[in-house]
Design a protein around this ligand. Structure first.
Ligand SMILES: O=C(O)CCC(=O)C(=O)O
Ligand SMILES: [Fe+2]
Length: 217
């Protein structure tokens, strides 16, 4: 199955100077650079009926996603803002437990196809609920660095993919298994990703009206 944009269109959007300028403005960065390795910059996620992404924190300081296809139901991005402060070593496992055990209400982000989301997920626990129905949830993750020439080694890039797949699998497991994974992830640090020390104003939601997605092959 293919996302609705051909590869070169994704690259065009990813490399577009105006787009990067906009991201820099919003993120307060001077410049954004692609990964120097061929796997890490643009990733496409598919979630068909029953597939989900379990609760996790991101290693990176910010993530940029673009929803391409919204499922009929489910596939909701849920989050709990500022649950921990990883860089201060405040991991708040008790707080994580209350979310995993569904003892805390969580926020949900209402997005439609074409919505660009800028999210700081390093300290905000988040997940995507199971897709329901025949329409696959499709989403692109656009990853940039604030320094040039950063490459994840091939193994590093594959580790990242495997880690994502682990999250996918583990969410089918018991709550205890989910908790173990989260604890493991909480201790992990990917040095090539840039730590952002500022207070985190989490979610900025922008609607990209048409043009980036409208192009035909
Ligand atoms: O699919 C989404 O909306 C979020 C993806 C995500 O959290 C991630 O890739 O770390
Ligand atoms: Fe994430």
């Amino acid at each position: 199955m293919m996302l609705s944009l051909p590869t070169r269109r994704w690259r065009q959007l990813y490399n577009d100077e105006l787009f990067k300028h906009f991201l820099c403005d919003v993120l307060g960065e001077k410049a954004l650079y692609p990964y120097a390795d061929p796997l890490s910059s643009i990733n496409l996620h598919y979630a068909s009926h029953g597939q989900e992404l379990g609760w996790h924190f991101d290693n990176s300081s910010f993530a940029i996603t673009l929803l391409v296809q919204k499922p009929l139901a489910g596939g909701v991005f849920q989050y709990v803002k500022d649950l921990r402060d990883a860089d201060a070593g405040e991991m708040n496992f008790a707080g994580v437990d209350t979310v995993l055990e569904e003892r805390q209400t969580v926020d949900a982000l209402e997005i439609d196809a074409g919505d660009l989301v800028l999210f700081r997920g390093r300290n905000s626990l988040h997940r995507v609920t199971p897709t329901e129905g025949e329409v696959t949830r499709m989403l692109a993750v656009l990853a940039y660095n604030t320094q040039p020439d950063i490459a994840l080694s091939e193994t590093g890039a594959y580790d990242l993919l495997r880690q994502t797949m682990t999250s996918w699998r583990v969410c089918k497991g018991t709550p205890a298994a989910q908790k173990d994974l989260l604890r493991a992830e909480s201790h992990q640090c990917t040095p090539v990703r840039i730590f952002w020390p500022e207070p985190l104003d989490q979610l900025l939601l922008y609607h990209m009206a048409g043009p980036a997605l409208a192009g035909s092959p």
